[in-house]
Ligand binder design. Structure first.
Ligand code: SAM
Length: 206
């Protein structure tokens, strides 16, 4: 499991690593652009909205939302990722914080139209994911939604198949979403859109 120092070291060539994996339709980033675009389109349904991004990284998705007039708050534990993202979004409120201990107090005072997260929550165990996502619910405005894009599978069989196909570089320290297994424990109904053989989007709303 990568620490914040590991993400600091990865930050300068993160976008390039993603691109190579994405373009070759490989685990872990096959479908990356489509996943980010799906979330972009969901958030864009409301103009000038307030958005929280959990683990924004280099700000690939949030900087597009920022450029389209949305107000961005974000949390990430890598100082280097934060400086890359902040340079693209000077007025965004970006907090250096480890989500394994919850959310920073400044964030807990706010309400959001959309809470988004891409390729970050697989660092939490399923139990931690459920607890973390449940704690996001009070931060939603009426009609707000949580939209998560990540390495994810409809069922355990699909995850096992992907693992076999990608065994040389599969990361056994990460905890990928399996829709069948997690959906009944989530606080609100959850739609799952499978986008690639290893990625998809969850939309959680009242
Ligand atoms: C794989 S990158 C994804 C970045 C971006 N959301 C994207 O889709 O390209 C994961 C991001 O989550 C952050 N992250 C991982 N674990 C974290 C934790 N426990 N607390 C806060 N941020 C974390 C990393 O620093 C990194 O920026």
């Amino acid at each position: 499991m990568l620490t914040n120092q590991g993400f600091n070291l990865w930050s300068d060539n993160y976008d390039q690593t993603v691109q190579v994996s994405e373009e070759n339709h490989l685990y872990p980033f096959a479908g990356y652009k489509k996943i980010l675009n799906t979330i972009f389109n969901e958030v864009m349904q409301k103009e000038n909205s307030k958005v929280l991004d959990i683990g924004f990284g280099t700000g690939v998705l949030t900087s597009k939302l920022y450029a389209n007039g949305h107000q961005i708050d974000g949390v990430d534990f890598s100082s280097k990722m934060i400086s890359i993202a902040q340079s693209k979004m000077p007025n965004a409120n970006l907090f250096e914080w480890d989500i394994s201990v919850g959310l920073p107090p400044e964030i807990l005072e706010n309400k959001y139209d959309s809470i988004i997260s891409t390729y970050t929550l697989h660092h939490l165990t399923d139990e931690e994911k459920i607890s973390f996502i449940t704690d996001l619910i009070p931060l939603l405005k009426k009609g707000g939604k949580i939209v998560i894009g990540d390495i994810s599978f409809e069922n355990r069989g699909k995850l096992d198949k992907c693992r076999q196909e990608s065994i040389e570089y599969w990361d056994d320290d990460e905890f990928y979403f399996v829709h069948d297994e997690i959906k009944s424990s989530l606080p609100y109904p959850c739609e799952f859109h499978s986008i690639s053989h290893c990625g998809g989007v969850f939309i959680i709303s009242e």
